[in-house]
Design a protein around this ligand. Structure first.
Ligand code: CMC
Length: 428
């Protein structure tokens, strides 16, 4: 293969280098395009063809349904590693040995407290507030209580900011849910594992000991691993572009949380469950909703279906579907919603509309069913996604800073009015 791409504009030829990644993906390096052509730019709404960076964190092949973190397959990681090991892998590039993992966890635990005034901020929100808005605000607010995490000038500063947020974020997640439920805030117990502690902080009743259920711990661990990174998606790109102005880690994460909230991204897990509930209440007629999804005059989309990159299957959805069956079976939960979900998936996988457009169930299609079986309120689903994605966002932010990437600042093609003289009020 040639190592150059040639572009011809008005009879003049320009050459650009082709660069190849470790998985043989090829990109045209157009860094010099605008200068060489005196102003020509590319247009690519939604960045469907644009690589925003070179990254060594996550590889995904949407055609083959491959997802790997730092070279390790998602299937193996979900089966053999725990969430904290995966977080370490994503952030530092290698799986930790015992000693490294212990130190990492111990540093996180030392930071697993928040300033008591955070409670006042949380208290000021109405109970009806959506947990994603609350989480974004609290994550941003943490900056004020930890100003040293803003100016990251050394690897040590970076490490400190990372263990701080990994320690404090689960508290924000758990307390956001407790606030909604009217429960007093709980700090958990630092002798517990990361996920066990999260469950305790979320679910412990004030007058009872919290009994861990290994099925739930295992299921949540798996779900968090499956959500931990997904290369340059909407929220991750938001984190990188926010951090590219050298904004601190916590506010960059807060921006990512806001981006994740939308129903076309992380908010889809809440939207899926609400859709399934709606179908159930409407009599369970899945074909009616299939018809709506295919009707171009109807804005309804089958939530939890389709993906910008996966055009064959979403490997995360495959693992989650099996996990959903296991968890519901182990807990003895019979959820008619699961039957509706399976019915919809079966119909869609055989329907030419979905087959032709390569629309398959994505990670969000089944995750909500597991969260629901765990007793997590629907509005909290995207918050759980955010907790899982935290190590991915951190690792992408760290990579962007360490590679000294320039500030993110796309161009545009202006299509508005050309110059016109100011119109006086009396003439408008
Ligand atoms: N239901 C019905 N039609 C769909 C759907 C859907 N869920 N998704 C895509 N299509 C159709 C779309 O109308 C278009 O049809 P046509 O070619 O006739 O105009 C075609 O499929 C291509 O869709 P697109 O919107 O151009 O694809 P995209 O890559 O821009 O969007 C997506 C990807 C995930 C936003 C979209 O599939 C969608 O809205 N899905 C539902 C929301 C969802 O489940 N999001 C979670 C994504 S996975 C979690 C995450 O990482 O965020």
């Amino acid at each position: 293969m040639s190592d150059k791409a040639t572009l011809e504009i008005n009879g003049k030829k320009y050459e650009f280098p082709l660069i190849t990644g470790t998985e043989n993906e090829v990109a045209i390096d157009i860094k010099t395009l605008r200068a060489a052509t005196e102003g020509v730019i590319t247009i690519d709404p939604g960045y469907k063809n644009t690589g925003s960076c070179e990254s060594a964190i996550t590889f995904l092949d949407g055609e083959k349904g491959i997802l790997r973190y730092r070279g390790y397959s998602i299937e193996e990681l979900a089966e053999k590693a725990d969430f904290l090991e995966v977080a370490y892998l994503l952030i530092f590039g290698e799986l930790p040995n015992e000693e490294q993992l212990e130190k990492f966890h111990s540093d996180i635990k030392k930071n697993s407290v928040v300033d008591d005034d955070i409670k006042k901020i949380l208290d000021a929100f109405p109970k009806s507030a959506h947990p994603m808005g609350v989480l974004a605000s609290l994550t941003s607010a943490l900056t004020s209580f930890n100003p040293s995490s803003v100016n990251v000038d050394s690897e040590e500063d970076m490490y400190n900011a990372i263990v701080k947020i990994l320690g404090k974020f689960p508290i924000l997640v758990a307390w956001t849910m407790r606030k909604k439920k009217g429960l007093p805030f709980d700090y958990g117990n630092s002798s517990l594992g990361y996920v066990e502690n999260l469950l305790q902080m979320m679910f412990k009743q004030p007058n009872e000991d919290y009994k861990q259920n290994p099925i739930l711990v295992n299921a949540l661990d798996k779900l968090l691993i499956l959500h931990a990174d997904h290369e340059q998606n909407c929220s991750t790109s938001t984190v990188r572009i926010t951090g590219s102005s050298h904004a601190g880690l916590f506010v960059s994460l807060s921006a990512g949380i806001s981006a994740l909230w939308g129903p076309l991204h992380g908010g889809a897990n809440q939207a899926v469950l609400e859709m399934l509930e709606g179908i159930k209440e409407d009599g369970g007629d899945t074909s009616k909703y299939m018809a709506k999804a295919k009707d171009k005059q109807d804005p309804f989309r089958l939530m939890g279906f389709g993906h910008r990159v996966y055009k064959n299957f979403d490997p995360r959805a495959k693992i989650i579907k099996v996990a959903a069956d296991e968890v519901l079976g182990d807990l003895g939960v019979e959820d008619p919603i699961l039957d509706i979900a399976k019915g919809l998936a079966k119909e869609a996988l055989e329907d030419p509309y979905f087959v032709d457009r390569k629309l398959y169930p994505n990670v969000d299609f089944y995750s909500g069913i597991i969260y629901r079986a765990m007793g997590i309120p629907t509005e909290m689903f995207t918050v759980m996604f955010a907790l899982g994605r935290l190590p991915g966002w951190i690792s992408q932010w760290k990579e962007m800073r360490m590679r000294k990437e320039p500030i993110g600042r796309p161009r545009q093609l202006y299509i508005g009015e050309t110059y016109r003289p100011f119109k006086e009020m009396s003439k408008r």
